[in-house]
Design a protein around this ligand. Sequence first.
Ligand SMILES: Cc1cc2nc3c(=O)[nH]c(=O)nc-3n(C[C@H](O)[C@H](O)[C@H](O)COP(=O)(O)OP(=O)(O)OC[C@H]3O[C@@H](n4cnc5c(N)ncnc54)[C@H](O)[C@@H]3O)c2cc1C
Length: 375
Amino acid sequence: MTGTDGDVAPTRSPEVAVIGGGIVGLSTAYALREQGVPVRLYEAGLPGTGQSAGESRIFRHAHDDPRLVAFARESRGVWDEWAERFDVELVSSDGVVAIGDGALERLRVLDKVGVAAREIDAAELAQRMPLLAGYSGPAVLDESGGAIRTRTAITALTDALADAVTTAEVISIDPRADGTVEVRSVTDRAVYSKVVVCAGRETARLARSVGLSLPVRLAAHVRLTFDVKAAAPARVACLQDSSGEFGEVGVYATPLPGNSSYSVGLSETVGVRDDGTFIDPAAIRSLDERARAYVTRALPGLDPEPREFVHCWVTDLPWSEDGVAVWEAGSIFFLAGHNLFKQAPALGRALARAATGGGLAADLTPAARLGEALR
Ligand SMILES: Cc1cc2nc3c(=O)[nH]c(=O)nc-3n(C[C@H](O)[C@H](O)[C@H](O)COP(=O)(O)OP(=O)(O)OC[C@H]3O[C@@H](n4cnc5c(N)ncnc54)[C@H](O)[C@@H]3O)c2cc1C
């Protein structure tokens, strides 16, 4: 039934609405489904084509904030649970290797939280990272880290949610006096007990529509994919390079399924204005060129000519590039942050708990500044 004017009562439909079909929205809707709560997910386009686009992401436990390490560990457990339930591989078992002094600092945080990680020598590094040039500095292995199979995850969750997914852009959300929330989308008007907004770069706009200003910084980013020159290695770890040994200090890289190609990005973003226009369009080209130059120096096992790009928006918080928080406005929850793919299962369960009266986890409140390095 579609309500088009004032005298038609809006649809009284599922209990909770989730806005956004990226990895966090899908995980939240699926976590509600796990609890048997009727849910509807609105996605303006195809699920998983926003910041969750492209194949492969790094699942790492290592963070500056021990609370976020613990959160990642919880997420890893859910990734395994879902992998078993869907009978698919969601995170590879090849680990994450971090090189540079920063890796040793983070190893101390991992030890403190009790995550299995250890320093490895040059020989083991070469075995786990056969694409990397010779390197003999500090190297740390996060044994249960790995490459997230992003397409498999998006497909499995979307298929599992099937009828709960509505392809429609949400135009407005309107809190009502009785505590419910009216959602107007391109195709209908409906009322929910709770609404969870996981709309990526659109979350801040929807929050502003109910008078909430989120300290989200919008930026742009590029990641390049390169082919492996020789035969695909049987096993290859994800890489984080903060060493500076190969001319860059913030590199992340991950294999794609089958290990015949490898994605590389510099953990830098390009400034954009609130309206999404680039402050300096040449900046993204420079990130691209620096990533190619890094590959020629550091990853001789790769063909230096990229065959694929992921260009995307990034929405990070002022206290850390790994920062994440949830803002509450009555019956509406707004999730914001960056580097969330790995955290999505635990975030989804925490948002489902909050939307069903279980309260928002203290660490996810904005005041907690989750992700900030504790001094
Ligand atoms: C190149 C790159 C590399 C990355 N590497 C890593 C990594 O190694 N590890 C990691 O953990 N994270 C990584 N990240 C970050 C991670 O991918 C994102 O933080 C995560 O995907 C965000 O998911 P999301 O569901 O919050 O947002 P999105 O995926 O952006 O989903 C939001 C969805 O909401 C929809 N939407 C927006 N407005 C509306 C509306 N009004 N109505 C209906 N639908 C709407 C959009 O269409 C979109 O599909 C990387 C990101 C990029 C781009």
